[in-house]
Design a protein around this ligand. Structure first.
Ligand code: TRP
Length: 361
């Protein structure tokens, strides 16, 4: 069986460090591993509209931002098909058929949908499209017969729901769809990088994100204003690591090589943490180190983005070509699905013959 990747992001803003460590960095590694037969990376504009129906321009404007972020991180259109969800109408059609295989109560139990409904204060006014987006996500994944879906941990309930739909479909209509596996970051910190304020996830609405496209100065300022241990006032005070954003980021990003290069007094993060807990290590020094680590990671991404920004029509062309490939692929699966579901009438000569015989007798 071919090894196929499908994953994507909603174009509701520029991508940030949470996206990067949660999924994007891994995708680039998987792409370059050469182990996958096909790779599809989707800008999920249709899904973004499920909770931005009244703000289509936001979605429209962010397509290019996400595409630039993808390409500047190293996704390569020669190896990965980058496409736009709404340009593949087969996905909508698949969703409609999958809806028959999922109950309302099952959707209500989906933990990601539950918490998103709370976050958006949707309780009494949930758009139906939003409520059913896990089904549309199952269509996204299965349309490409994806075996592997690299995502952040928050997407695990979506994958579980997809797998259920696949099993149900195959048991009712016969073996047709492929059950995908989620691939989440090995480093659990990376699955839920908190915002710079230490609160929950990075989220545009909370204003606590470091964006991949932030300038060097913006990154520096954001790092220096990060939430640490509020009781660590004097350098000599013992510091607390729990909920300490700067150390959480170091857990996600810092390697022993970074220590050798930028902070050779310590061999590794464990030594730095021990000193902080003992007292005698100031926040400023730790922040300066984190800034150096992040700048090193982000500088090449920023530089590539600057170059890519010089030719925007070329970026749209990449998305257009990717969408053509994706559409053809999804059409193949849809036609198999329709055959399995017995809704392929005109190419089924047996059916037509049999009906004729019935009337002849
Ligand atoms: N739900 C994902 C997000 O919030 C985007 C997405 C849509 C997706 N369809 C997908 C991710 C299919 C993986 C597979 O960013």
């Amino acid at each position: 069986m071919d090894k196929i990747i499908l994953t994507g992001d909603r174009p509701t803003g520029k991508l940030h460090l949470g996206h990067y460590v949660g999924s994007l960095k891994r995708r680039v590694e998987l792409q370059n591993s050469g182990e996958y037969d096909k790779i599809f990376i989707m800008i999920a504009d249709a899904q973004a509209l499920t909770d931005n129906a009244d703000n289509p321009d936001k979605v429209r404007e962010n397509i290019i931002e996400v595409a630039l972020d993808y390409l500047s991180c190293g996704l390569d259109p020669a190896k990965s098909h980058l496409f736009i969800q709404s340009q593949v109408p087969e996905l909508t059609e698949l969703s409609f058929y999958y809806m028959n295989l999922v109950t309302v109560s099952r959707l209500q139990r989906n933990p990601t949908v539950k918490s998103e409904i709370q976050m958006r204060n949707f309780e009494t006014s949930i758009p139906v499209g939003f409520f059913t987006y896990p089904i549309s996500q199952a269509a996204d994944i299965t349309a490409f017969k994806a075996t592997t879906v690299p995502v952040g941990e928050d997407q695990l309930p979506m994958l579980e729901q997809t797998r259920e739909i696949v099993r149900k479909f195959n048991s009712v209509y016969g073996e047709t769809l492929v059950e995908p596996e989620a691939l989440i970051p090995e480093n659990t910190i990376c699955s839920r990088l908190p915002g710079t304020d230490g609160k929950a996830k990075m989220s545009k609405s909370l204003g606590n994100c470091i964006y991949l496209s932030d300038s060097e100065e913006d990154v520096r300022q954001k790092v220096f204003s990060m939430y640490t241990d509020p009781n660590h006032i004097k350098v000599s005070d013992p510091g607390n690591l729990e909920g300490n954003t700067v150390f959480i980021y170091l857990d996600a990003f810092a390697t022993d090589e970074h220590f050798a290069e930028f902070l050779p007094e310590y061999k590794n993060l464990d030594e730095l943490k021990a000193h902080y807990q003992r007292g005698g290590l100031g926040d400023m020094k730790v922040k300066r180190f984190l800034n150096a680590v992040l700048q090193q990671e982000l500088a090449p991404i920023r530089a590539r983005r600057k170059e890519l920004e010089q030719d925007i029509p070329a970026i749209y062309e990449i998305l257009c070509q990717g969408s053509i490939v994706a559409q053809k692929e999804a059409a193949k699966t849809l036609s198999e699905v329709k055959a399995s579901m017995r809704i392929n009438y005109f190419d089924d000569t047996e059916l037509i013959q049999a009906q004729q015989l019935k009337y002849n007798s």
